[in-house]
Write a protein that binds this ligand. Structure first.
Ligand code: NAD
Length: 316
């Protein structure tokens, strides 16, 4: 049986599939040629990450397809209900990337409180001639210890983020409409683990109390954080969106940064991927990454292995 991973899949995943007797291809085929590729090569399973879409038209045009697999969490690039109605298996790997996304939150956060996102832009240009004025500009950073991290959406990634925050000595205030209380296990390298109960608060309480707000909700029809919600955040607070483009109102964000209500933002996901708004990309108060939350070697290995396991069970 042939499996095609159009956005690639880790070597461990390829090896596990090959060992189970599947033939795996990983050539990236342009979206408009994908239907022909699938039909001409008798592909039974299509694996995607976030770049390739598997919409109704593709599902209808590929009668031999039995499975669509998403390496990662969000399945907004797949018509999941339609595919399932048509009898296809639709799978993903919900837990594999949580730790990697959580670490990227802190890569942004540690950088942001010391202005690294701006310093890294200006040191190559002016570091030699204006060292003293840059030193002054980037003084006045703050520590994370003792600050409050507001986590909106307290699922897998929200909780993985909270664990790191707790380990650093931060307070965590979480909001999740489907949760009343939560205990997270903070694990140490030597096998010790400490259970910490996290306060689940109202949305407004979290916005008002947090020094930094990080979003870990699924894709939304309308922004979870728009102008009204930003207005409820503390003066100088930071806003982090590694969830999905559109969860934050980008226009309102630029305004809140420009009028100094918010101190900084960190974005890994954008409304208009893969061509994000230039005013976000050029903004001196935004720490930027190109949707790489799950793009670590470890997460990709776990994703590949989990997909292979599920494919073996469903199609093997
Ligand atoms: P999850 O399903 O485990 O958790 C989501 C949580 O959000 C749930 O607990 C749910 O109850 C809560 N929620 C739903 N609607 C909400 C709302 N309006 N307000 C507050 N909470 C709400 O999902 P997860 O694995 O933690 O993933 C979270 C997000 O991270 C998803 O959007 C996913 O697409 C994104 N993600 C991004 C990357 C990346 O590369 N940047 C990688 C993986 C996942």
């Amino acid at each position: 049986m042939n499996i095609h991973a159009n956005d690639g899949v880790s070597q461990t995943g390829q090896d596990a599939l090959a060992a189970a007797g599947f033939t795996i291809t990983t050539t990236n085929v342009a979206q408009e040629q994908l239907v022909d590729y699938i039909n001409e090569n008798n592909i039974t399973g299509l694996l995607v990450r976030s770049a390739t879409t598997a919409r109704k038209e593709l599902i209808d045009a590929c009668p031999g397809l039995k499975l669509i697999g998403r390496g990662g969490v969000g399945m907004d690039n797949i018509d999941v209900d339609y595919a399932r109605e048509k009898g296809l298996h639709v799978i993903n790997t919900p837990a594999a990337s949580s730790a990697s996304v959580a670490e990227l939150v802190f890569a942004h956060l540690f950088g942001a409180v010391r202005f690294l996102y701006d310093s890294n832009r200006n040191m190559p240009l002016d570091g030699e001639t204006k060292f003293k004025s840059l030193k002054k500009a980037y003084a006045g950073g703050i520590e994370l210890r003792g600050k409050t991290l507001g986590v909106i959406g307290f699922g897998r990634i929200g909780q993985a983020t909270a664990k790191i925050a707790l380990g650093l000595g931060m307070d965590v205030a979480a909001y999740d409409p489907f949760m009343e209380e939560a205990t997270v296990a903070v694990d140490f390298f030597d096998g010790q683990s400490v259970n910490v109960s996290v306060k689940i608060k109202s949305f407004d309480e979290v916005l008002a109390q947090a020094d930094f707000v990080t979003l870990h909700v699924p894709a939304q029809d309308k922004p979870t954080i728009g102008a009204a919600e930003m207005a409820k955040m503390k003066e100088g607070a930071g806003l982090i969106n590694l969830a999905r483009g559109g969860v934050v109102d980008e226009e309102a964000l630029v305004e809140a940064l420009d009028n100094d209500h918010l101190g900084f933002a960190a974005l890994d996901t954008f409304v208009n991927e893969p061509t994000p708004a230039v005013k976000l990309l050029m903004h001196s108060k935004i720490s930027l990454t190109p949707h790489i939350g799950a793009a670590t070697l470890e997460a990709q290995d776990r994703i590949g292995t989990e997909l292979a396991q599920q494919i073996k069970e469903l199609l093997g």
